[in-house]
Design a protein around this ligand. Sequence first.
Ligand code: FO1
Length: 306
Amino acid sequence: MIVTLAGGVGAARFLEGLVQVVPPETITAIVNTGDDFELHGLHIAPDLDIVTCTLAGVIDQVQGWGITDDSYACLEWLGRLGAPTWFNLGDRDLALHIQRTALLRAGHTLSQVVEQFRRAFGVTVRILPMSDQPVPTHVLTPAGELHFEEYFVQRRAADEVLGVRFAGVEQAAPAPGVPDAILEAETVILAPSNPIVSIGPILAVPGIRAALRQTSAPVVAVSPIVGGAAIKGPAVPLMRAAGLEISAVGIAQTYRDLLDVLVIDQVDAALKDAVEALGIRAIVTDTIMRGPTEKANLARVALQHR
Ligand code: FO1
């Protein structure tokens, strides 16, 4: 079993490469739920939907989130009725949110909802939320404590980041199957996701970091920082607020106690020695996932130590 810790778009694209290299039924994705929040009375689960819908082939390929060819008639009418429209939920996307909220309200767990959705979409990769308990990621700013999506989408990441908090994480447990998947894994991969708000919440769930230290599987990360910048999303201000160097070396330091291997981009080849000085093997390759071939090559490189 190849276990991948996954956030949103970058992780989903990496998984599109992985399924080309190993049989999908041998992959388990453990997905961040820190971005989850409620709007319109609906349970929104961005990273779970991004991973599920990408693997189902129904993701909007340009945005990396939302459903392909979606329309926004309902959101437009919600606006006319005075509802917030800052979070773009298309008509097809709303179907996932309505059904998820109904199932949760009927007493199903988030894990059970995710399982029903992946089966409905014919996805054979196993998808597990990091936890069935809510662990919303809050961003501490001068304007106060904001939910990650308020900070990132509604306020366009304009606020200074003073810190990040995973609300309720002390009371959360790993979702069923998560610790065992890690302990029984042949390889664990930290996908190229934001180390603070995508991989960070997963590592913060009590028991998950311990399982990663305990597993006999090699732990491999793919650096989401290339040439001192993030490919997508707010990794830079969040890493800066955490006092981390904005580089592949900073990523190595973030996961130092867990990592055996770090895959870094060829533009960062000069950092190989600095990463290896931390006791982590560095593999240099093209990590930019331009298309299916690059995605498959990156997955192959991440597995090459086997
Ligand atoms: N990101 C945006 O920047 N703007 C949006 O309006 C938006 C809507 C959206 C709807 C459903 C969904 O699953 C994701 C959505 N995202 C949107 C992506 C999301 O904000 C982040 O990319 C992830 O939470 C981070 O991985």
